[in-house]
Design a protein around this ligand. Structure first.
Ligand code: NAD
Ligand code: IPM
Ligand code: MN
Length: 363
């Protein structure tokens, strides 16, 4: 198979984890006889420094010419005081909007070998397997107005939570479609006791649910959901929620797996051109030190192979290699509980070797 993948490493550890992931994809191409061409693009702080904008036009073009996209992470203290249009995060938000990447899937699955790495008790986190379906192109992140204003003679500020009914409907449809292929349970998370947007969200959830009689719909208030994630995470199959709630709940849920560095994601679009990225950010506190866990991005690449290219066997090979390496006790610092840890690159090497070993056995 011949495919083009756009690579947007971004800032901080984004570059480190994408570098390692490219090595894994090259190994997959070699073992399974594919040709992957990589198109690099600038985004975030790097793009601001080199091109004066967090999302240069040529980056969007490079994405559109590709069959799928991998993004590292954007942001860092260097640009935190910039005016809003020149913030790295604006580049990512603009890309999500430009490509209509509205459905962000964030799977939360525990690895048996990592049960001791979670700060939560083993008996609560073992066997957890759910997916957060986060709406990604609407809500508070994109609502207008979003600005400083003067009201009643006082300096004030407004952000707007805006959704078209159709935007709520399509993300709920995504969640129900996913649930049909899983354990057929959707938990729709909202704040319907306070927010009008959540009350409409609930109405639409009920309407969509009627089209999927084999799937159970449960509504849960977001504050309760935050608590239930810790109290009994195994109850969840598919969680669907609006943009900001999904952002917050997924970082929280990462601790069930042991580290934010384990969480992969796929941002699916209406056009079929999808983006894959780790859930974590650019981690300025560890950037440049070789401490980042590359597994989130490597598993995002596995999602890409499965979802965008239909390469199930190749996706499974990556997942198995990651599992084998973790089973062997190899850990990056985030998962090592203070014990001996390997670097980002060494973790990548181990996973590549595990791929090669497995491939040799298969052939
Ligand atoms: P962060 O996700 O970058 O880091 C949070 C904590 O988790 C840090 O202690 C970090 O060291 C750790 N961590 C994150 N990923 C890790 C990995 N792969 N391996 C080991 N440890 C890891 O969040 P933050 O510190 O709040 O934000 C830093 C910057 O990243 C900000 O500029 C923010 O806007 C940006 N950000 C970008 C994205 C993205 O590009 N998708 C996502 C989140 C945050
Ligand atoms: C994420 C990040 C982004 C978000 C930021 C960097 C805009 O936290 O991808 O989870 O909030 O969506
Ligand atoms: Mn986030």
């Amino acid at each position: 198979m011949k495919k083009t993948i756009a690579l947007l490493p971004g800032d901080g550890i984004g570059k480190e984890v994408v570098d390692v992931t490219v090595e894994i994809l090259k190994a997959i191409a070699e073992h399974f006889n594919h040709q992957f061409q990589f198109n690099y693009g600038l985004i975030g702080g790097d793009a601001i420094d080199q091109k004066g904008t967090p999302l240069p036009e040529e980056t969007i073009e490079a994405c559109k010419k590709s069959d799928a996209i991998i993004l590292g992470a954007v942001g860092g203290p260097k640009w935190d005081k910039n005016p809003v249009e020149l913030r790295p995060e604006r580049g990512l938000l603009a890309l999500r909007k430009a490509l209509d990447l509205y459905a962000n899937l964030r799977p939360i699955t525990t690895f048996d070998s990592l049960l001791d790495s979670s700060p939560l008790k083993k008996e609560y986190v073992s066997g957890v397997d759910f997916v957060i379906v986060r709406e990604l192109t609407g809500g508070l992140y994109f609502g207008k107005p979003s600005e400083r204003i003067v009201r009643d003679g006082e300096d004030s500020v407004v952000d707007t939570l805006f959704y078209k009914r159709s935007e709520i409907e399509r993300i709920l449809v995504s969640a129900f479609e996913i649930a049909q292929k899983r354990r057929k349970h959707v938990t729709s998370v909202d704040k319907a006791n306070v927010l009008e947007s959540s009350r409409v969200w609930r109405e639409v959830a009920e309407e969509v649910s009627a089209r999927y009689p084999d799937v159970t719909l449960e509504h849960m208030l977001v504050d309760n959901a935050a608590m239930q994630l810790i109290r009994s995470p195994r109850q969840f199959d598919v969680i669907v929620t609006e943009n900001m709630f999904g952002d917050i709940l997924s970082d929280e849920a990462s601790m069930i797996t042991g580290s934010l560095g384990m969480l992969s994601s796929a941002s699916l679009s209406s056009s079929g051109l999808h983006l894959y990225e780790p859930v974590h950010g650019s981690a300025p506190d560890i950037a440049g030190k070789g401490l980042a866990n590359p597994v989130a991005t490597i598993l995002s690449a596995a999602m890409l192979l499965r979802q965008s290219f239909g390469l199930e066997e190749e996706a499974k090979a990556i997942e198995k290699a990651v599992d084998n390496v973790l089973n062997s006790g190899t850990r990056t610092a985030d998962l090592a509980n203070g014990e001996k840890a390997v670097s980002t690159k060494q973790m990548g090497e181990e996973i590549k070797n595990a791929l090669a070993d497995d491939h040799a056995i298969l052939n």
